[in-house]
Design a protein around this ligand. Structure first.
Ligand code: ATP
Length: 338
């Protein structure tokens, strides 16, 4: 277990500030997710932590020691990339033991350790196969096992599930999480997928244009976004934002409900919703329409769970409401919380 810290890290490429003054620190054994849109600097930040990129300014610390100038192998970190880069002619076992050969272990010890890692990841029965005989998810676990046998202090994972289909991705995500709970190795995980981030992270750092916009537990980032970027990047559909005077009034789609679906005792803001379209998604109804009464007339979306079954059709206007304690206020000019 280890603590990774990044202090005022800057990485400038010609004309691009890929990482623009990032401060963050993991806790020991934590699963920290770096989340942000394509090009926001996630990979560059991770590569700087790994030592594959030399920062323009700032420092990387592992367990309180500055490692900024040290080569990757001196940092006790293991990185798994999007492309797994397995040796095609070696078996699964051969791939996993490979990093141990350089470490001067006996053959028996190497194989014992490889089997331990393979069993932990549920690929113990595949040791004799070649990579081309494996599914994408299995290959990814081989790459993880190969990283695991090195007993790194820190795991750095860069979108390791991005090549998998949705179903495999969900099961691999579950495995990854259970695996991390078992080994408790501090892990930094890069993704642009907010569902993955919410499901995996102990905390999420949301990045945009090389800067950390917010860092917090999934529930905090979701419920209390620091700005409109975080509010709309996280959540699907994103948070609704309604202009009112100099502010934007934000509320999540699941908090916009027909008036009678809210308990009578809740302090609420009533909003007529002129419905123009309804979608059915996994049992929920997504109701699109224009709200008035809360600020300027704005197109929004409401997400009604299956338990709210009041009849709603396009072309009609209905009384909806949002509980007042669900409203979030932002400064229109800056997007920051008001
Ligand atoms: P993605 O999700 O698409 O992988 P990312 O958030 O990981 O994106 P980075 O790969 O870190 O983003 O890139 C951040 C910015 O830095 C981008 O604008 C990219 O074009 C630029 N960049 C990255 N590597 C280099 C490089 N070697 N030379 C010049 N510019 C680079």
């Amino acid at each position: 277990m280890a603590v990774v810290e990044v202090r005022n890290l800057v990485k400038q490429f010609d004309g691009v500030r890929a990482v623009d003054g990032v401060d963050l620190a993991t806790e020991e054994g934590e699963y920290l997710v770096l989340l942000g849109p394509s090009g926001c600097g996630k990979t560059t930040l991770l590569r700087s932590i790994a030592g594959l990129e030399q920062p323009t300014a700032g420092d990387v610390l592992i367990d309180g020691h500055v490692v900024t100038g040290l080569p990757p192998r001196a940092r006790k970190v293991a990185m798994v990339f999007q492309s797994y880069a397995l040796y095609p002619h070696k078996t699964v076992l051969g791939n996993i033991v490979f990093p141990l050969r350089a470490a001067g272990m006996t053959r028996a010890d190497r194989e014992l350790k490889a089997k331990w890692a393979a069993d932990l990841l549920g690929i113990g029965h595949l040791l004799a196969r070649k990579p081309r005989q494996l599914s994408g998810g299995e290959r990814q676990r081989v790459a993880l096992a190969r990283a695991l046998v090195r007993e790194p202090h820190v795991f750095l994972l860069d979108e390791p599930l991005s090549n998998l289909d949705a179903k495999l991705r969900a099961s691999a995500r579950d495995e990854l999480k259970r695996f991390q709970q078992e080994v408790s190795t501090t892990t930094i995980y890069v993704t642009h997928d907010q569902v993955e981030a919410m499901g995996l992270g102990d905390r999420i750092a949301v990045l945009s244009h090389g800067k950390v916009r917010q860092i917090g537990k999934p529930v905090d980032v979701y419920d209390d976004p620091a700005d409109t970027f975080v509010a709309t990047f996280i959540g699907s559909p994103p948070m609704n934002l309604v202009p009112r005077d100099e502010q934007l009034v934000g509320f999540r789609p699941e908090h916009l409900l027909p008036v009678d679906a809210l308990p009578a005792t809740v302090d609420r803001e009533k909003v007529p919703l002129a419905v123009d379209r309804i979608e059915y998604l996994s049992g929920d109804r997504h109701v699109y329409g224009t709200v008035t009464g809360i600020g300027e007339a704005t197109r929004v979306v409401a997400r009604l769970p299956a338990t709210v079954d009041s009849p709603i059709s396009a072309g009609e206007t209905y009384d909806f409401a949002v509980a007042r304690h669900r409203l979030r206020f932002f400064v229109a000019a800056t997007g920051e919380r008001a």
